[in-house]
Design a protein around this ligand. Structure first.
Ligand SMILES: Nc1ncnc2c1ncn2[C@@H]1O[C@H](COP(=O)(O)OP(=O)(O)OP(=O)(O)O)[C@@H](O)[C@H]1O
Ligand SMILES: [Mg+2]
Length: 227
């Protein structure tokens, strides 16, 4: 995937990784942090739907080739905030949803400050959307989140469910981000049918078109030419 991007996600880009259920969004976002952590870049994963213990057990089962996850966590180059913690980020303000989001965003910011994060994963925007009353409120939240990520000078992957039945031009909330990558599962669920596509990536001359990808215990691989 890095080759397709001409060397990886450009530093300080905030990128959406969208796809249907089970297409590998969480694992690929984790792999992105893991690869950075191996180079000493602090990665922070914020999960809004799984407790840390369950999250880590799934990730270690799925990515069994990544044998040093525990060490990176001990060294605090890989930091995981599961739902048991992220849910408390929003509970400070009960009076209004707006206040809760302001609180959540400042909690995210202070965690990134504490650990000098370089890479961040937010999993997922769809869960944040569930906490908002309407699309307008969600767009406000997204804009504030993006402002904070930019201000922290981090590079991030924000995962999102993707509705293939709605044309992309009507899912405009994605286009405030620097990049948009899409994972699609083939309708028949064929082994070689899953597709990865970079719709946009500011600051790169990325490959156009979709390629097939595979998830394995050693992470995601692109394994065929464009079709
Ligand atoms: N080692 C592996 N090799 C191949 N496929 C795997 C492996 N580990 C997990 N998978 C597959 O990866 C998928 C889960 O990946 P992941 O949790 O990242 O998806 P997701 O897009 O985040 O899903 P959700 O929409 O539920 O959040 C499942 O379909 C699972 O079968
Ligand atoms: Mg997921």
């Amino acid at each position: 995937m890095d080759v397709m991007l001409g060397g990886g996600i450009p530093v300080k880009n905030q990128v959406v990784l969208a796809g249907g259920p089970g297409t590998g969004k969480t694992l690929i976002a984790f792999e992105y942090l893991y690869n950075g952590a191996k180079n000493g870049e602090v990665g922070m994963f914020f999960s809004f739907n799984e407790d840390t213990e369950i999250f880590l057990s799934n990730v270690k089962d799925s990515l069994s080739g990544f044998t040093d996850i525990n060490k990176l966590i001990e060294d605090k180059t890989l930091i995981i905030y599961g739902y048991e913690e992220t849910k408390t980020f929003m509970q400070k303000g009960t009076e209004s949803a707006n206040y809760a989001f302001t609180s959540m965003i400042s909690q995210l910011q202070s965690r990134m400050d504490d650990y000098h994060a370089s890479r961040v994963a937010i999993d997922s925007l769809s869960y944040l959307r569930l906490y908002t009353k309407d699309l307008f409120e969600y767009r406000n939240l997204s804009t504030s989140l993006l402002t904070i990520l930019n201000r922290q000078n981090v590079t991030s992957i924000l995962t999102s469910e993707y509705d293939e039945s709605t044309p992309l031009q009507y899912q405009q909330e994605f286009f405030i981000y620097d990049g948009f990558m899409l994972l699609c599962r083939d309708a028949q669920n064929r082994v070689y049918g899953s597709r990865f596509e970079i719709k946009k990536m500011r600051g790169t001359k990325h490959d156009l078109g979709s390629v097939s990808y595979e998830l394995s215990s050693n992470g995601a691989t692109i394994f065929s030419a464009e079709f």
